[in-house]
Design a protein around this ligand. Structure first.
Ligand SMILES: *Cc1c(COP(=O)(O)O)cnc(C)c1O
Length: 409
């Protein structure tokens, strides 16, 4: 008799985006004359930068001729892309990361989800933020590292609470943990961590022989020069951190698919007898066994963003979304809400002072604007909503004037 992985039965059904869709379609049906503006979803709206489009065309042309056709490439990514990443995303910021420490993939969601496979399933102590990008929690539930749900939270996880009191940046826990998930600039809050805050995490990980999984999918939105773009800007992080980056939010690749994971060769993890092992070697084994590389034209397109023209186009695109974010942030502050994010991130996290679904319904019914209720991202998200800057300027401006009118009424 075929049996299932019963850890899957522990997963909390994620109704967040389907609940939102249901409420929005019910409203739209009842009010066909009132168009709804969606500022809820974390997906980009602008087309690919021109350098990427040109590179995709050129890559396709190469695939069309026998002389330049390419079959399987290196599983870890072509050297031209890994070297461009090492040079532009790391060396240029003073971080010592070699090209062969970079593993190119088809997405950070998969990388963040898959990485836990190389660590123990029994007895590993997890530290995971609340509110959170759900991938970190759910993949550990699937692997059997948690118990069931008690009071809305999984047993066996140390929740790192992001609250108004700590400025939405959790400090290190008072208990030791082994595998720590951090995401800055944060989804859903848009909060960023200072150098000092990240240094405290690196010191904590070193003291506990733990590993930090650092998701910096929104790094391209950082504008404050004091904020680190990479965990490797912190002294000693090479021995305790893995970093995930994606071209999705940087260059509009959500539908094109390219990302990478950095696993420094200095990073060690231990077996049951306390003997140390290279995490780079483990991840290389896992990656090459289960993954066959990103398509050649897509890697060409990703490499194109590191050209001078590519850098300008990426800057223009992220500046555009950040200008939307600034409009949203300013408008919400003016309406008297406290909020975080929107200055170094495309999300604004608004402290609504009431139930997050109630506020969602208010914006939908009175302003025809869709946001994301914070409660869907975890217990600490209650009382908050996330508004996304991924939309056209016109839609953002219309949405904000409708919100202002609805809340003043
Ligand atoms: C969008 C996003 C990613 C990137 O996912 P891809 O699979 O590369 O598209 C990673 N982490 C967070 C927190 C995100 O919001």
């Amino acid at each position: 008799m075929i049996r299932i992985n019963e850890n899957y039965t522990k997963l909390k059904a994620s109704y967040l985006f389907s609940d939102i869709a249901k409420r929005v379609s019910a409203y739209a049906q009842a009010n066909p004359s009132k168009p709804v503006i969606r500022l809820g979803i974390g997906d980009v709206t602008e087309p690919l930068p021109q350098v990427c489009i040109d590179a995709l065309h050129a890559g396709t042309d190469e695939m069309s001729k026998r002389a330049t056709f390419k079959g399987y490439g290196p599983e870890q990514g072509y050297a031209f892309l890994r070297e461009a990443i090492a040079q532009n995303d790391y060396a240029a910021r003073g971080c010592r990361i070699e090209a062969d420490e970079i593993f190119v993939s088809d997405g950070s969601k998969c990388d963040c989800g898959n990485i836990q496979e190389i660590f123990a399933t029994d007895g590993l102590r997890l530290a995971i933020p609340d509110p959170v990008y759900p991938v970190y929690v759910d993949t550990n539930v699937m692997a059997g590292r948690t118990g069931g749900v008690v009071n809305g939270r999984y047993e066996g996880i140390t929740y790192l609470e992001s609250t108004p009191a700590n400025g939405y940046v959790p400090s290190v826990p008072s208990v030791p943990t082994d595998l720590i998930y951090l995401c800055f600039p944060n989804n859903p809050t848009g909060a960023v961590a200072t150098r000092g805050q990240l240094a405290a995490w690196v010191a904590y990980a070193r003291a506990n022989k733990a590993i930090i999984l650092f998701d910096s999918a929104y790094e391209a939105y950082i504008r404050d020069p004091r904020i680190p773009h990479s965990i490797y800007e912190i002294e000693g992080a090479r021995e305790v951190a893995i970093e995930f980056r994606s071209f999705s939010k940087t260059a509009g690749f959500t539908g094109t698919r390219c990302a990478y994971t950095v696993v420094p060769k200095d990073l060690q993890a231990f077996d049951h007898a306390g003997k140390s092992h290279s995490v780079h070697a483990l991840w290389n084994r896992r990656h090459t066994t289960k993954f066959n590389g990103v398509s050649y034209p897509v890697q060409k397109a990703a490499a194109a963003i590191f050209t001078d023209a590519g850098k300008q186009q990426v800057k223009a695109m992220t500046d555009f979304y950040l200008a939307n974010a600034a409009l949203i942030r300013t408008a919400m502050l003016k309406l008297g809400f406290s909020c975080v994010g929107g200055d170094n991130a495309p999300y604004i996290w608004i402290n609504t002072g009431r139930d997050s679904w109630e506020f969602f319904d208010l914006l939908l019914n009175q302003a025809q604007v869709v946001c994301t209720p914070g409660a869907g991202f975890g217990k600490c998200g209650e009382g908050h909503v996330r508004i996304s800057a991924f939309n056209s300027r016109e839609n953002v401006e219309t949405a904000l004037s409708r919100i202002a009118a609805a809340l003043k009424a």
